[in-house]
Ligand binder design. Structure first.
Ligand code: GLN
Length: 194
């Protein structure tokens, strides 16, 4: 398979490259519209969603992102998931509307700005657990029926899938566990073989 793109405008980019290279998968940093030509999936990393939107527009990437989401799988991590949501609250902000849920920004409050937690996967994945960091994470709400909850932390849905795409409210790339990267790569491969 070709490379997996990582949107590299701002935020937590490098750890994704390391996980992918551990899996023997090439990655490409995406900063310009032409960078999409050679990628087969895209990771939208964590960081600061408001800044990312501003930069995506300045680099001419905003409309390209909306268009490319029709072609290749996207995985939005934290701020990346906020970019992909249909609606954003706390405060309101525009988004690419790629998946049908609402992202409530910074919803874990200040005391819990950052914590390491476990993601309990759905029965589809035999309920296995994997660690991730929650850093000023959003909460996901108003999920449409087309969105499936594939992982939770307590009562919160933190890993969602819809069609080609997936989002995690937390950062699995900041642990040594590559399960989410392996899963995303497998998703890209399975879509290519149909
Ligand atoms: N709170 C950030 C935002 O709203 C996201 C934080 C993160 O990506 N870790 O954009």
């Amino acid at each position: 398979m070709g490379s997996v793109g990582i949107l590299a405008l701002q935020g937590c980019v490098d750890p994704h490259r390391e996980h992918l290279s551990k899996l023997g998968v090439a990655s490409k940093l995406v900063k310009l519209p032409q960078d999409f030509e050679s990628i087969e999936g895209l990771i939208l990393p964590g960081g600061e969603s408001t800044t990312m939107i501003r930069l995506a527009k300045a680099f001419g990437l905003w409309d390209v992102l909306a268009k490319e989401s029709k072609r290749i799988p996207f995985w939005g991590v934290c701020a990346g998931s906020i970019l992909m949501a249909k609606e954003v609250e706390g405060p309101k902000q525009e988004s690419l509307m790629i998946m049908d849920f609402t992202a409530e920004r910074n919803s874990y409050g200040r005391q819990l700005d950052s914590f390491e937690g476990m993601v309990q996967l759905s029965q589809r994945f035999e309920g296995h657990t994997h660690p991730a960091l929650f850093i000023r994470a959003p909460r996901f709400s108003k999920l449409s029926s087309g969105v499936s909850v594939e992982g939770s932390n307590g009562d919160d849905a933190v890993f969602l899938e819809q069609g080609l795409h997936m989002v995690t409210a937390c950062h699995p790339e900041l642990t040594n566990d590559s399960w989410f990267h392996e899963y995303f790569v497998g998703k890209i491969r399975s879509l290519q073989s149909v």
